[in-house]
Design a protein around this ligand. Structure first.
Ligand SMILES: [Zn+2]
Length: 203
């Protein structure tokens, strides 16, 4: 996974990198494992790395399997962290991209062009960077695309529980463009986290 535009943890528009961090809490006969995988901004990478690694360092090793797993997690976290250290910081004043009617009206005429490029499997973030009209950020283009995709999926009868419907008032009417199979699915921020409780004698 390459470099993205929107942090999957805080939702801010900033340079992101893909990371996987793991945390283990050993409790003699149980262990509690937590992981995070996704495209994160530098601030979130920094905070997740330090939190998850220091917890693993402090209480990650208590238990037979934990004794083996904790160092593996720590080495993984450290090596992932070191490879992204040179990434750009979160720009000053960075915010969560919002799409109102005015912004949507500027992006809508670009949709045929965007859809064509998505169909060629070009990276959505790269397309957004190149085609964002003046006054619209690439992050807003991505948010618009993902709203449109969800609206399209909802109309196509996708499971309602997984679809949060966009505010109809802020969106132009969807056109019958071939978007559903073309878009990289927008990840739900919650989906980057996972946690498990595992018996110490289980793998
Ligand atoms: Zn972030």
């Amino acid at each position: 996974m390459g470099n993205g535009l929107i942090c999957q943890v805080c939702g801010v528009e900033a340079p992101t990198r893909y990371v996987e961090f793991y945390q283990n809490i050993g409790a003699l006969f149980m262990r509690f494992r937590r992981s995070i995988r996704g495209n994160l901004c530098k601030s979130c990478i920094h905070s997740k790395f330090w939190t998850m690694t220091s917890i693993t360092l402090a209480v990650g090793w208590l238990g037979l399997i934990s004794l083996i797993i904790a160092p593996i997690f720590i080495i993984n976290n450290l090596s992932r962290y070191l490879t992204v250290l040179a990434m750009p910081r979160v720009p000053r004043g960075a915010t969560r991209p919002q799409v109102n009617g005015q912004v949507a009206a500027q992006i809508q005429p670009l949709m045929p062009q965007i859809a064509l490029r998505l169909q060629r499997h070009e990276n959505a973030a790269d397309i957004a960077r190149e085609l964002a009209p003046p006054g619209v950020t690439p992050g807003q283009v991505l948010v618009y695309l993902s709203m449109w995709q969800r609206q399209h999926a909802a109309r196509a009868g996708a499971p309602a529980a997984n679809v949060s419907r966009p505010d109809a008032a802020t969106l132009p009417q969807p056109q019958p463009i071939l978007l559903d199979s073309l878009m990289t699915p927008a990840k739900n921020p919650q989906s980057v986290f996972s946690s498990n409780t595992i018996g110490e004698n289980q793998r």
